[in-house]
Design a protein around this ligand. Structure first.
Ligand code: ATP
Ligand code: MG
Ligand code: MG
Ligand code: MG
Length: 572
């Protein structure tokens, strides 16, 4: 590629709404352009990276035996009603009507459509196992779209769905995907960790998240440096009981009367002083009606200055009370982003929900205004399993580990992939069956596997940057090598060597860009350091006279002299 024929548009300053480093750098490097909240145009420079991510994913998915198809963006509501998700998903599911007034969902994921494909196509056990995937645009009307591509509303995901005849088969398909994910993230050249994740109603160890390790990550990961134990915070909270846990459980064995209650009554029940500052009470739980809550959080929202960061919230788990001084403390406490807080004092429901529990919380409860407190029949207060929110708080660095092989450490990560054993959750609702050897219909066992394609870009940058800009791992870089000529249009010798090397690198399959824009060296170097191209070659008259080209890796502090004839081998 010649820079003069490509589109390069860099900025000295990031726009003021960019909060995190990856968002700032991607904006400055001209990789994305904001069109609306959480909605971006992928500019040519950004799209090249997205394509590299997608190619690696496709290659490894194909190798793992998954088969690519492409499911529609706009999906009929009827399918979503069959599984109940049309009602359960809440406002994150984007709904549209056609000219006839019929309802449609813009897909946030595609379990329903793929299950529909499979129930009509798969008849016999002979057709199983099968794994279908696509790389497709998703839309989730996130409560707080932010951090650029990290939490967009429109984004690209690779989602795969496996179908098996029995649980054993499902576990095999899951292991194959787990292995493929490991290969994919290794090929990206990113430091990552797979952690056990909570999989709510399904139980067992049927879910893992893949996280790119970064100090700025939203999620807290608990792992043991001397063993294989690794889990996200929620899963880590399901550790064997401790004394604190037992005490908290005991404290929660009171049962309030279900139904609509007044703040005062709830406060009395919780044994917390209710001052006039209390604006609403929120119960966050992951249990559905009739299920036992494994975690519950009470939040008393106190009147603040209507400013997010000044809102003070206190939580009560058992009879203990904690206060949050800031939103970041809540983030810390949940191990994830809380949902949108406030504005306090309006009649609008105030929901504080850790994003990652949304799917599991079909019936989460929120206090709507000053006095009314609503909740639906969660079986809380009785038969509480050991893991309570208080324990979650108690998972700290240095705790003995659950497998008896060391002590726990905590690090932060960005969720870039999620694999999940769904079992018959969807096939039962949608009657996706196959005929077994005896001609008997059986429900199909299903797994689902997602990778946040566009989020990978943000995560990679959060892990790899310096004060000059982005540092791409070679596999993801928009260009692997940049040739910077000193006087391309002035010196025949420079032009000849630049053209020769450019042709040779191209022939060797290296993704090279030749900066023939005629920029001054300082500006040219600053652009490529910002964009994050991992290898730079400078070619000028002075070096050529000495028979040398100048090579500098993006992380190198100094240039290395390399003979022209050796450069291609040196780069590879
Ligand atoms: P999060 O906890 O960050 O909200 P999630 O658990 O809701 O993510 P999944 O349903 O597991 O997401 O989707 C699979 C993958 O899609 C995630 O692991 C993540 O990489 C990506 N993803 C999810 N939401 C977004 C988003 N709003 N923007 C970009 N990527 C996303
Ligand atoms: Mg989410
Ligand atoms: Mg999540
Ligand atoms: Mg997830």
């Amino acid at each position: 590629m010649r820079a003069s024929r490509f589109f390069i548009s860099t900025l000295k300053e990031a726009p003021s709404d960019a909060e995190v480093v990856s968002h700032k750098l991607m904006m400055r490097a001209g990789m994305i352009k904001r069109i609306g909240s959480g909605i971006y145009t992928y500019m040519p420079m950004g799209l090249r990276i997205i394509r590299k991510v997608e190619n690696i994913i496709r290659e490894e998915m194909d190798k793992a035996g998954a088969i690519e198809l492409l499911m529609p963006l706009v999906q009929p509501a009827e399918l979503w009603q069959e599984t109940g998700r049309w009602d359960k998903m809440g406002p994150e599911l984007m709904r549209v009507k056609d000219r006839h007034g019929r309802d449609f969902a813009i897909q946030p994921t595609s379990e329903e459509v793929i299950t529909d494909v499979v129930r009509t196509e798969i008849k016999s056990y002979r057709q199983l196992p099968v794994n279908f995937y696509h790389v497709q645009t998703k839309f989730r009307d996130e409560r707080r779209p932010r951090f650029g591509l990290m939490r967009g509303r429109e984004f690209t995901m690779k989602d795969a769905y496996s179908f098996d005849r029995d649980v054993e088969g499902l576990k095999k398909s899951y292991a194959i995907m787990f292995d493929a994910y490991t290969k994919i993230f290794n090929r990206f050249g990113l430091q990552f960790r797979a952690v056990a994740a909570d999989n709510g109603a399904i139980g067992g160890s049927g879910s893992h998240e893949f996280h790119v390790i970064a100090d700025t990550g939203e999620d807290a990961l608990v792992y043991c440096p001397t063993s294989d134990y690794a889990a996200n915070m929620e899963a880590a909270a399901a550790l064997p009981p401790t004394t604190t846990r037992a005490a908290a459980t005991q404290a929660l064995t009171k049962t309030p009367t279900p139904g609509k209650q007044r703040c005062e009554d709830v406060a009395a029940f919780l044994n917390v002083p209710l001052t006039q500052n209390v604006k609403s009470i929120v119960l966050v739980t992951e249990a559905k009606e009739g299920e036992v809550a494994t975690k519950q959080v009470w939040l008393l929202l106190l009147r603040g200055d209507h400013e997010l960061n000044e809102v003070k919230a206190s939580k009560v788990a058992g009879l203990a009370e904690f206060r949050f001084a800031s939103e970041s403390e809540i983030v810390e406490w949940f191990g994830s982003t809380p949902g949108y807080l406030g504005p306090i004092g309006t009649k609008k429901p105030v929901n504080i929900v850790a994003d990652h529990t949304v799917a599991a919380m079909s019936d989460f409860i929120c206090g709507a205004n000053d006095v009314d407190f609503h909740y639906t029949g969660v079986n809380w207060g009785r038969d509480l399993p050991e893991a309570t929110v208080a324990d979650l708080r108690n998972v700290v660095e240095g705790d003995p580990s659950p497998d008896g092989k060391g002590t726990l450490a905590i690090q932060r990560g960005i969720e870039v992939g999620h694999v999940f054993q769904l079992g018959t959750r969807y096939s039962q609702d949608m009657k996706a069956t196959f005929l077994d050897e005896n001609g008997k219909p059986q429900p199909i066992q299903m797994g689902c596997y997602g990778i946040g394609v566009t989020r990978i870009l943000g995560a990679a940058i959060e892990q790899n940057f310096d004060d000059k800009g982005i540092i791409w791992p070679t596999a993801l870089a928009p260009f692997e090598v940049v040739i910077c000529p000193m006087g391309y249009d002035r010196s025949e010798a420079v032009k000849a060597e630049v053209d020769r090397l450019y042709a040779e690198l191209t022939a060797a399959g290296v993704d090279v860009i030749l900066d023939d824009r005629g920029e001054r060296p300082g500006a040219m170097f600053a652009d490529w350091e910002l964009i994050g191209v991992p290898h730079r070659i400078v070619i000028g008259d002075r070096g050529l006279k000495e028979g040398k080209l100048e090579y500098q890796g993006r992380r190198d502090t100094e240039a290395t002299a390399v003979a022209p004839a050796e450069m291609v081998a040196f780069i590879q």
